[in-house]
Design a protein around this ligand. Structure first.
Ligand SMILES: C[S@@+](CC[C@H](N)C(=O)[O-])C[C@H]1O[C@@H](n2cnc3c(N)ncnc32)[C@H](O)[C@@H]1O
Length: 266
């Protein structure tokens, strides 16, 4: 058994009954997790490996997994704001080229859902500097980051990002706030050459305004995407997409810092 794959007291576990009924719980000796299909006894899990299956007294089987960051964001993050969903976060991480050691400025922190995903990618040697104006949101985000186990790699700044960014030579600036165009000049100053800005906006009007300002601020390779994810129900003889899906979250714009603007005739 792999040592770090053993369920111990204080660990979190993802308990799955079916597609819709899944929970993240903290494992305590002597504790139980109650569902309408019976209870999962934590003593049955302690010392066993993630991936184990346990049965309730009602003979219902529960699958016990190690929670991923995506599970944590969807099931455990307390939401005080709209959050960035894993499908969009994945695109942000890839297009910003983030990895261990990356230094990222983010705004606004909100519930800290995207912050947790960014921190999980830049650890153990990188850092996320996350700007947020609302103290009540900061308190929630801090708790969420603690739960996600990534607070060591995040510095939260209770500051208005449209007034300036302290950091210099960062790899990426990641924006999820109502007026990203007001941050673009400061993002340019904070980024290293070729550094990447990402902006997430729910409306086309915000996106158009952002792109216009990016074009006027020496950013190049400007690209906007929408990410639609459709779940497929795979069943013998009747495999098809699920009837309902999340139709819209936001538009994602990415651009890279250049040292001067393109000539207009290009
Ligand atoms: C949609 S929420 C961000 C959600 C976050 N990305 C998440 O996944 O949990 C937008 C946040 O930006 C913050 N905000 C708005 N304007 C800001 C500014 N000028 N500086 C810093 N934060 C700002 C808001 O208070 C709000 O918490």
């Amino acid at each position: 058994m792999l040592e770090d794959n053993i369920i111990r007291e204080g660990d979190y576990a993802l308990i799955v009954l079916d597609d819709k009924r899944r929970w993240i719980v903290r494992i305590e000796a002597g504790g139980e997790f109650h569902t309408h299909k019976g209870a999962v006894k934590f003593d049955d899990l302690l010392g066993r490996e993630y991936g184990t299956i346990v049965e309730s007294a009602e003979h219902k089987e529960f699958l016990v997994f190690k929670p991923t960051m995506s599970d944590t964001v969807l099931l455990k993050v307390r939401r005080q704001t709209q959050i960035v969903y894993p499908k969009d976060s994945a695109l942000i991480v890839m297009h910003c080229g983030l990895g261990s050691g990356s230094r990222v400025v983010e705004a606004g922190t909100g519930s800290g859902s995207l912050t947790a995903i960014l921190a999980n990618h830049v650890k153990p040697t990188g850092r996320v500097y996350s700007y947020e104006v609302r103290e009540d949101f900061i308190n929630t985000a801090k708790k969420n980051l603690e739960h996600a186990g990534v607070s060591n790699w995040v510095e939260i700044r209770n500051s208005d990002v449209t007034k300036g960014i302290e950091e210099k030579d960062v790899d990426a600036v990641v924006l999820d706030l109502a007026t990203p165009w007001l941050v673009i000049q400061f993002a340019w100053e904070a980024l290293k050459g070729s550094g990447i800005i990402s902006s997430y906006s729910p409306t086309i009007e915000q996106t158009q305004k952002t792109v216009r300002v990016l074009e006027d601020t020496s950013f190049g390779d400007i690209q906007t995407y929408e990410c639609l994810v459709r779940k497929i129900l795979v069943r013998e003889g009747k495999t098809r997409p699920e009837t309902f899906m999340v139709g819209h979250t936001g538009y994602l714009t990415f651009a890279r810092k250049c040292f001067r603007q393109l000539k207009k005739c290009q």
